[in-house]
Design a protein around this ligand. Structure first.
Ligand code: G6P
Length: 619
């Protein structure tokens, strides 16, 4: 949700900032802007509505020289997406300019106060209030900018990651964060001089350096041209920076010959799941080793309940995790939308374990939900992808899904990585609790190990989806059905289609169909049914029959060798057989491809669908 980039060093800042914005565009893409300070201390601000490429066109006509700068790509919260509301924002005197990610919740009160002090505003944003406030504090306290930032941020309620420039000062870049992520990269030029990079995440930084400091909440960093830097908290007490080494590989941030990141990430899944499982399964001993569970064995053995909080796709994987953990570990598991959980004063016991599932590790609602649960004494366990993310750091312990950076806004490989990680967690707890027979435990471990090759088989045998996806571009609605472990797959399939093709789709438990949605079925309505030859096969065959009698078009996901459902279907995707609990890992693949190819056929921007952002760091 909004991306920030910054640079201070000897190189031309503009190309670094633009490249960084392209890498961060998945966080928001309704407008973009850049501010530079040249050697004479003059400030240039250039903004444009639309994608970063539009900004580049506008900037091509301008003098974009300067070795220090900040830039922003926006996902609108306060104020519609237009050039005026785009960042960076100027202060009244145009001495300061600032980029911001987050929400200033008390911006209305601050704006009123500043208006009474004679400040006027050109945009509708909360960000402009913040930069004006800093200027106001600076002039009334007769202090320098660093002090003014400290004081101003003290009166702010809400979340922020900011970077501030001051006209006439090409030697100092000030950044700060609370709630929204911000990373400082510390690099070296060829002649050994220190240079600084700033990013909302590591993607704009990794090309230049792997040495980073993750700013903590309420920390302010002052980066100086002489290579020195200081980090203080809001009370101006100096903090010791913890330098960390980034693990991200640059190749993972490129499309590698695929038309879109989403397609690349779909095809990466056999490999990303191999990495996710790597080192966690002892094949010889047919055993799962998860340090997060082993280190907290007592907690898990004595857990009264597990509550999983998540949003979006992560909520769907959480639901599969619930089914798995309840079945394998005999612990009650609740799955909550983090945005609901955090605001309804939930009952949380000290012996509850609250698991946060989040690809980005930055989703504001999920972060707030675990903070609430922590306050009430629960043990917090994180299941995140982004290493060092806010949720990962807030949690008491956790397991990373390790699927590599996910750039496409529609989540694909993170979903399967989360499902696998939750299964590993379930198996590790079951082993300690002895809730599975040795035979069943070892069989589930063995089968999980085979999933990457079965995923590969699924991808190899469903190559024709692009051709038949064309036939569905006219559709206004889709229904997705599944039962048991495949009900969340139906939800996820429907969400994928909605997100990137803008076709309305609903996921339903197949048997619930007759309590309402069946009224929608006619010859125009495609119904996607996940119908593996497992558990409730006969039941789902009856559900398909009910749709066929109403002339609905059946698109099914069936087990290799199945003829019954195939015979009833207009189109079929085939998956290899696996245990019920792992079917989602295979069944979701053709559904991801279906949504991808329908969206491409409709000419949609698959990696950057309208109104969405990858990382939702606002409520
Ligand atoms: C956004 C993304 C989704 C994602 C959800 C939760 O809506 O577009 O793809 O599932 O946030 O994100 P998280 O990073 O917490 O998994």
């Amino acid at each position: 949700m909004c991306g920030i980039v910054g640079y201070l060093g000897e190189r031309d800042a503009y190309p670094i900032l633009i490249k960084g914005l392209h890498r961060l565009e998945y966080r928001g893409y309704d407008s973009a802007g850049v501010a530079l300070i040249n050697e004479e201390g003059e400030m240039t601000v250039c903004k444009a509505k639309g994608k970063v490429s539009v900004l580049e066109e506008v900037a091509a006509e301008r003098d974009m020289r300067g070795t220090m700068g900040i830039a922003h790509t926006r996902w609108a919260t306060h104020g519609e997406p237009n050039e005026c509301n785009a960042h960076p924002h100027y202060s009244q005197s145009k001495e300061l300019t600032l980029v911001h990610n987050g929400i200033i919740e008390n911006y209305k009160a601050l704006r009123e106060e500043l208006t009474n002090q004679g400040y006027s505003f050109v945009s509708e944003t909360d960000t402009e209030v913040l930069v004006q406030l800093i200027e106001f504090v600076k002039s009334t306290h007769h202090c320098d900018l660093v002090r003014a930032v400290h004081l101003a941020l003290k009166s702010v309620i809400g979340a922020y990651a900011i970077a501030v420039l001051e006209k006439g000062n090409a030697d100092r870049l000030i950044v700060a964060r609370k709630g929204s992520p911000l990373i400082v990269g510390i690099g070296k030029t060829e002649d050994g001089k220190t240079e600084f990079y700033v990013g909302s995440d590591a993607t704009p930084i990794v090309e230049y350096t792997n040495q980073v400091v993750y700013l903590k909440d309420e920390e302010i960093a002052v980066l100086k041209r002489d290579g020195s830097y200081t980090i203080t908290n809001l009370s101006n007490v100096e903090q010791t920076p913890q330098l960390q080494t980034l693990q991200v590989n640059l190749d993972e941030l490129e499309k590698g010959g695929y038309a879109h990141f989403m397609l690349k990430e779909i095809y990466e899944q056999p490999e990303s799941i191999r990495t996710c499982l790597g080192g966690r399964i002892d094949a010889k001993k047919r055993d799962v080793i998860l340090s997060g569970i082993l280190d907290n064995k007592k907690r898990f053995l004595n857990a009264r309940r597990i509550i999983i909080c998540a949003c979006g796709t992560s909520w769907h994987s959480a639901l599969i995790g619930k089914y798995f953990i309840e079945e394998a570990c005999q612990i009650p598991v609740e799955v909550e939308y983090a945005s609901e959980f955090r605001y309804r004063n939930p009952v949380i016991f000290k012996d509850d374990i609250v698991v946060a599932v989040s690809q980005s590790g930055e989703t504001a609602d999920t972060l707030a939900a675990i903070k609430l649960a922590k306050e009430k004494g629960a043990f917090i366990y994180g299941v995140c992808n982004v290493i060092g993310s806010s949720i990962a750091r807030e949690a008491n312990s956790g397991t990373y899904i390790h699927v590599g950076p996910e750039i496409g806004v529609a989540s694909t490989k993170a979903f399967t990585g989360q499902v696998v990680t939750l299964a590993l967690i379930g198996l590790a707890i079951a082993k300690e609790k002895k809730t599975l027979s040795t035979e069943m435990y070892e069989m589930l471990v063995d089968e999980l190990r085979k999933i990457p090759q079965k995923m590969q088989w699924t991808l190899d045998h469903n190559k024709n989806i692009d051709r038949f996806a064309q036939m569905f571009t006219y559709c206004k609605n889709f229904i997705y059905l599944g039962r048991g472990y495949n009900y969340p797959v139906a939800l996820e399939g429907a969400l994928k289609l909605k997100e990137i093709s803008y076709i309305h789709a609903e996921g339903y438990p197949a048997a619930e169909m007759k309590h309402g949605p069946i009224a929608l079925v006619d010859e125009e309505m495609p119904v996607v049914v996940v119908a593996p030859k497992r558990g409730m096969y006969e039941k789902i065959v009856s559900n398909i029959q009910e749709i066929k009698s109403r002339h609905g078009k059946i698109i099914s996901v069936v087990t290799q060798g199945d003829t019954v459902v195939k015979g009833m279907s207009d189109y079929t995707f085939v998956i290899p057989d696996t245990r019920d609990c792992y079917v989602p890992l295979l069944a979701v693949l053709p559904l991801q491809l279906l949504s991808y190819y329908v969206a491409v056929a409709k000419g949609r921007n698959v990696d950057q669908p309208r109104n969405l952002a990858k990382s939702v760091t606002v409520e």
